[in-house]
Design a protein around this ligand. Sequence first.
Ligand SMILES: Cc1cc2nc3c(=O)[nH]c(=O)nc-3n(C[C@H](O)[C@H](O)[C@H](O)COP(=O)(O)OP(=O)(O)OC[C@H]3O[C@@H](n4cnc5c(N)ncnc54)[C@H](O)[C@@H]3O)c2cc1C
Length: 410
Amino acid sequence: MHEAVVVGSGVAGLAAAISLGRAGGGPVLVIDRHVSLPPVHKGEFLQPGTLEVLRSWGVADDLGALGALRIEALECRDARGRRLGAFDYSALPHRYNFGLAHYYSEIRDALLKRAQQVADVRFGVRATGVIKGTAGRVTGVVADADGVAERLPARLVVAADGAGSVVRRSVGLDYQRYRYPHGFLGFDLAARGLPPRIVNFLTPQGARILYPLPGGRARLYVQVPVGQVAIARGRDAAAWRRELLDSCPGLGELLDPWPELGVPQAFSSFRGTAATWTVPGLVLIGEAAHSVHPMAGQGMNAAIIDGWSLGMAVQGDLDTAPARYADGRFAQVHRVSHLSNRLARLCTASTPWEHRLVRALLRYNRANRRIQLEATMRIAGLTDERLGPRLLLSLLTPSPAAHGLRTTGR
Ligand SMILES: Cc1cc2nc3c(=O)[nH]c(=O)nc-3n(C[C@H](O)[C@H](O)[C@H](O)COP(=O)(O)OP(=O)(O)OC[C@H]3O[C@@H](n4cnc5c(N)ncnc54)[C@H](O)[C@@H]3O)c2cc1C
């Protein structure tokens, strides 16, 4: 019998495995349906607050040794490249007055290395459901390994199996999902000498966001209206070059010489949350519990903090740990979700009136250092205090429900 079985070896599951394994309550098992990590674009940017947690596990130093890039600011520019404003990490009064950018595969491997020191990690094992005890309590996971069904009993099941969580569905927890009216294409490219900033160009066609990455590379995310993602993905490199340089000359100044654009990856953007994150014997974490707009630089960070928080909650009575975890974490994640939705609106504005509003707000932000610092502290994950009414970001949307369409019920 394991103390905990963690379903999913994404960043949430691995963070939970490290945190639970280090708490030393008993053996921890992680299972993942994949044998190797699919080469998908996600999660390049770690916020300062997350680095503080990763530091305590040795992962922040590991990533530094693997060449992770220090990011000093998140910057907004107009299509011509004129600077509109920035969230400046270098002004933060903290040892991590920068974020780190690296490939998701490197971030996940660094977590995996530490998780394997304190937990057993098995790949190619797919959870298909849960085991229930007499009183309806979850007492383990039913899994499939190479066509062979297995029962994995555990005192605690941690569902970290992503937004489409099979475990969540198998216990019937409701999940509300809202789809944003745009998707993204992600291009990997060569780009030397970029400033240590994530630069978001606000263009009439939507966001063009450039992330510097190690090894003289970068990733360019291009916003595309929902419904046009497949067509846009099929466009050839020459057409993309024309479209990007015409709609966003500022990009051409940073990417000079213009790099070769390979075939982009496409993805949609949504946010959502499960109505409740626990049933007896089971807790949902990471995207199995909640997800935010992918371009807000918060989802992977929230997932890692979930795993860490769960380990903290378990340092007491394991049976009451899920409820303690959810009690503490629900309100925090609600605030992250609120913030992410506002950041997403800021970076994906595309209509003229939205641009005027964003420019005015960024001007206000730039002129007020205290407000700028407070907003940056929240984005960095160094405080989760409620956004005050005078903060820039709180002016951006009347409510988090104002953006996105509900698309699914579970
Ligand atoms: C393009 C893109 C860019 C992003 N950039 C950032 C960023 O810069 N910063 C940031 O903070 N966030 C970012 N995000 C969001 C971030 O990637 C996610 O929030 C985060 O990876 C979620 O982690 P997770 O562990 O909860 O879920 P996942 O990463 O989805 O992990 C779930 C794991 O569970 C496994 N699994 C699923 N079903 C089963 C099953 N039945 N049995 C066993 N295993 C199973 C899967 O194989 C997977 O390994 C980005 C997202 C996208 C799409």
